[in-house]
Design a protein around this ligand. Structure first.
Ligand code: DOR
Ligand code: ZN
Length: 353
């Protein structure tokens, strides 16, 4: 049995408000606990998006009623809410800026719209940028000009990890995360595993083997492992217009522990990237008397039917993994044990209160 700290996922989509048929604070935080994660930071591309005091209250009130693990809520950067977003900073996990197209309506096209956010958002919190390839380079330039830390979400490309490496060597305030699907899948592998094309839609897209290799070769540049848990139902994924996104909360730790057992990374790196670094980057509080017990020798197959996420599928269906979460203790209470959630809805705490 291995004991880990309560893990932190700084990038999840819990779909509340607006799309609770995909997920809500109850099912999403249950999935987190089952995955060994005791703190999640929720993204703002909901319906409505979280972009002002009222919509932030909407999300935080739902979370207060329903969350079973601890949580924070990001505010989204819109075309004209920079002062409002900055005024909410102490109640929010951070500011999320969408600089490239993805699910939701928060994309900021014109760079003049980025500027007030970089000027006004308090520097003690990073701005999280969904920015791929050259827009990532632009986000790092903004960070340098305005001397504001930026955290690059879900990097997937060789060119991205190499530019971040160079930026860090220059002392720029940039951090980044990578998602499990970008570490364990390529654009050509998944169809061989029997998944439909719609199910494989995700942003950023799955990349080439060369990109995946570069991520593994530069693990020291990667600050966090974050799921980008983005649940959409099976019916939606198998429709003519499949929305992008993979669930990931219940599979990230077994996948990483399997890689540990194969000598691809160390347990210390898992703890650094899923606890120490996200805690520091996002200014997150301690969770006293909190830990995760893992049976590192349990070998089993990933199965969607055993998951707590409401979306009903996983891109890792049938993958054999080694390492199972047995028990999660959150603030002194056993929250998950042997496949069962043991804390009630509402036990989760807002990390900014
Ligand atoms: O694949 C994705 N799905 N990428 C994103 O950036 C958004 C996410 C979602 O919200 O579904
Ligand atoms: Zn996301």
């Amino acid at each position: 049995m291995i004991k880990l700290p309560g893990l932190i996922d700084p990038h999840v989509h819990l779909r509340e408000p607006g799309a609770t048929h995909k997920e809500d604070f109850d099912s999403g935080t249950s999935a987190a606990l089952a995955g060994g994660i005791t703190m999640v930071l929720a993204m703002p591309n909901t319906k409505p998006p979280i972009f002002d005091a009222d919509t932030l209250d909407l999300a935080l009130n739902a979370a207060k009623q329903k969350a079973r693990c601890d949580y924070g809520q990001f505010v989204g950067a819109g075309p004209d809410n920079a002062s409002m977003a900055a005024s909410l900073a102490d109640k929010a996990a951070g500011l999320k800026m969408y600089l490239d197209s993805t699910f939701g309506e928060l994309r900021l096209d014109d760079m003049t719209l980025w500027q007030p956010h970089f000027e006004k958002y308090p520097k003690k919190y990073p701005i999280v940028a969904h920015s791929e390839s050259r827009s990532m380079a632009a986000a790092i330039l903004f960070s340098a000009i305005y001397d504001h830390p930026v955290h690059i979400a879900h990097i997937s490309l060789r060119e991205e990890v190499l530019l971040i490496k160079a930026a860090k060597e220059k002392g720029l305030k940039v951090t980044c995360e990578v998602g499990p699907h970008h570490l364990f899948m390529t654009s050509s592998s998944p169809s061989g595993r029997g998944q439909s094309e719609g199910r494989m839609e995700v942003r950023p897209r799955l990349a080439t083997q060369k990109d995946v290799d570069a991520l593994w070769e530069n693990l020291d540049v990667i600050d966090c492992f974050a799921t980008d848990h983005a649940p959409h139902t099976v019916a939606e994924k198998d429709s003519a217009t499949p929305p992008p996104g993979f669930p990931g909360l219940e599979t990230i730790l077994p996948l990483l522990l399997t890689a540990v057992s194969e000598g691809k990374l160390t347990l210390d790196q898992v703890i650094e990237k899923m606890y120490t670094n996200p805690k520091k980057i996002f200014n997150l509080p301690d969770q006293p008397e909190t830990w995760v017990e893992v049976d590192e020798n349990a070998v089993y197959e990933i199965k969607a039917e055993e998951q707590f996420t409401r979306c009903g599928w996983t891109p890792f269906e049938g993958w054999q993994v080694k390492g199972k979460v047995r028990k999660v203790v959150l603030r002194g209470k056993t929250a998950f044990e042997d496949g069962k959630i043991l804390v009630e809805a509402g036990y989760g705490k807002n990390i900014r209160e």
